[in-house]
Design a protein. Structure first.
Length: 554
């Protein structure tokens, strides 16, 4: 194999990989599901494109203003959002991230150089890269309009900053994949990522909070904070342009060199990780065979009261898998973090600005947290069988109705939703105080409508548009584009109906009026869920080839 690899030419490997990806895409369009996914991808790309263009106008205008007013040092305020979005959007996105497992290319006789470049090339097609590059282009245009002579230098700095972000993204994902390959490091990393994610969410509200209530300690430390951010890549990029714009080319060149050093460090880290992977690093946690001195008694599974053994078995399996998944546990507690972020931010200011439209923040804390809890489980609910892989075949041949399998999964997902709601309730009482009784009852009645509708839609799309996922790895719980678009439409419809009911009740000055409306809608939601559940066996029989084909993909 080594001799064969050495004779391969990179210029032949790249077109082969491109043709493979093109053939996969072309063949996927032969099915109606593939065409629907393409249409969904186009729609979602258009939405993100509009978002990117709108934001680009703001970035370009800001760059033009800073340079025209000789405030080039403020350019770092534009580079920081670009870098944070570039790094965190691929982790948090639910619709656009490509889930291709590029390490599968190691099964073919590729040279290491080709493998390294291909891993970088995959990052070029990430939506975060496209939007980030668009924002940098807008910043470059704004600077050029204000100071045309800075165009060559600006282009060089922006290109270096873009390369750094691509390298940083690829390095993060490569090392995260390594850390999550073993249980101990997976648990440690999950905890660290949770606190890091929460910490970044607090930056904006904290700055806004302290800017309106300055304290001596914060003012005293502002110089240290400014020095630290100037030594980081966004600050270096902004300073490099500002220094040259002010006529100090040596200092600008020094800042660009320091930015290049960051890029070189991440090249080394990425190379270190990919080289170990290329050489066949195996991080399997499978234990070797152990000779047992005595016969162990088989452990009995769970038996839920009033529920059949098949449903209880599926519930137990699903619960054990999800309770050991760092990403799933993170989604369970994220609504609590959102409530703390809103508390630090200026939610109170918003309620005071529009007293006729909003209640006290503590009253809206529980419904906002509950809605977020339901939204965070969208990927899980709308892709029930994503984590089964080829194991879905056992459901086909086992003497168990598919209806029982789906019902067991729905019960497990409901338990995680209930756990998240309990945490939200506790957080609301701690952070805001007890909400109004009418708001609490209204929220629970709204969940009786929203949850069954989501479970009904999720069961349908889990069978018609399945996609293999990995519950143990961050960024690999994404459903298919068609499913994401459909779930987004369902969420918008539910939110619109809920907002209408609340608005009407507010017009009459009595929130209790919204409760019977939601209870009436809940009857239709539960009926729709039961109707879908009754037809699951028939749908699964018709979709068995699609399930096995899609979930069996490597």
């Amino acid at each position: 194999m080594a001799g064969m690899t050495s004779r391969l030419r990179a210029r032949d490997q790249y077109p082969a990989i491109a043709r493979m990806r093109w053939n996969i895409f072309r063949n996927s369009l032969r099915s109606r599901r593939g065409k629907a996914n393409l249409a969904s991808q186009i729609i979602m790309s258009t939405v993100f494109g509009i978002f990117g263009l709108g934001s680009a106008i703001g970035f370009g205008s800001g760059a033009w203003y800073f340079m025209s007013q000789n405030k080039g040092e403020w350019l770092a305020a534009l580079f920081w959002p670009v870098m944070l979005f570039w790094q965190f959007f691929p982790i948090m996105a639910t619709a656009m991230t490509e889930n291709l497992e590029s390490s599968n290319l190691l099964r073919f006789p590729m040279t290491y150089r080709s493998y390294f470049l291909v891993r970088l090339a995959y990052g070029l097609f990430d939506p975060a890269t496209a939007i980030g590059a668009l924002w940098l282009l807008a910043i470059g245009i704004g600077i050029t309009v204000a100071r045309p002579l800075l165009f060559p230098w600006t282009a060089l700095v922006l290109f270096t900053f873009a390369v750094f972000n691509i390298l940083l993204t690829r390095t993060i994902f490569a090392w995260v994949e390594r850390w999550l390959a073993q249980r101990r490091t997976r648990e440690i990393f999950g905890i660290l990522l949770f606190f890091i994610t929460i910490g970044f969410q607090f930056i904006g509200p904290a700055i806004e909070h302290f800017s309106h209530q300055p304290v001596p300690g914060f003012v005293h430390n502002s110089g240290i904070i400014s020095t630290i951010q100037h030594a980081l890549p966004p600050g270096l990029a902004g300073t490099a342009i500002a220094e040259v714009g002010g006529g100090d080319f040596p200092q600008g060149l020094l800042r660009l060199t320091e930015l290049c050093v960051y890029a070189v460090v991440f090249v080394w880290l990425l190379n270190f990780r990919l080289l170990a992977q290329y050489r066949g690093e195996n991080l399997s946690e499978a234990e070797g065979y152990k000779i047992q001195s005595k016969v162990e008694q088989p452990k009995l599974g769970w038996k839920l009261p009033g529920i059949s053994g098949a449903i209880s078995a599926v519930f137990e399996k699903e619960f054990r898998i999800l309770s050991r998944s760092g990403p799933i546990l993170l989604t369970t507690v994220m609504p609590v973090a959102a409530l703390f972020i809103l508390r630090v931010g200026r939610w109170h200011a918003g309620s005071q600005a529009f007293p006729s439209l909003m209640l006290h923040p503590k009253d809206f804390g529980f419904p906002v947290g509950a809605s977020y809890s339901l939204l965070m489980l969208t990927n899980l609910v709308y892709n029930n069988f994503g984590g089964e892989g080829m194991g879905v075949q056992f459901y086909m041949v086992s003497p168990v109705r598919f209806r029982d399998v789906v019902l067991g999964k729905n019960l497990a997902h409901s338990l995680f939703l209930l756990a998240s709601l309990v945490l939200v309730w506790i957080a609301v009482n701690v952070v805001y105080g007890p909400p109004a009784q009418a708001m609490t009852v209204m929220t629970l009645s709204a969940l009786l409508f929203a949850a069954p509708v989501n479970f009904a839609g999720g069961n349908l799309f889990s069978l018609y548009s399945p996609k293999r996922v990995d519950y143990g790895t961050f960024g690999r719980q994404k459903a298919s584009p068609l499913t994401v678009l459909a779930s987004l439409g369902i969420q918008i419809l539910i939110a619109a109906m809920g907002a209408t009911a609340v608005f009407i009740s507010r017009l009459y000055g009595n929130l209790w009026l919204a409760t019977p409306v939601f209870l009436g809608l809940a009857i239709f939601g539960i009926a729709a869920y039961l109707l879908v559940l009754a037809k699951v066996d028939t749908i699964a029989l018709k979709q068995r080839e699609t399930l096995v084909t899609e979930l069996g993909k490597a």
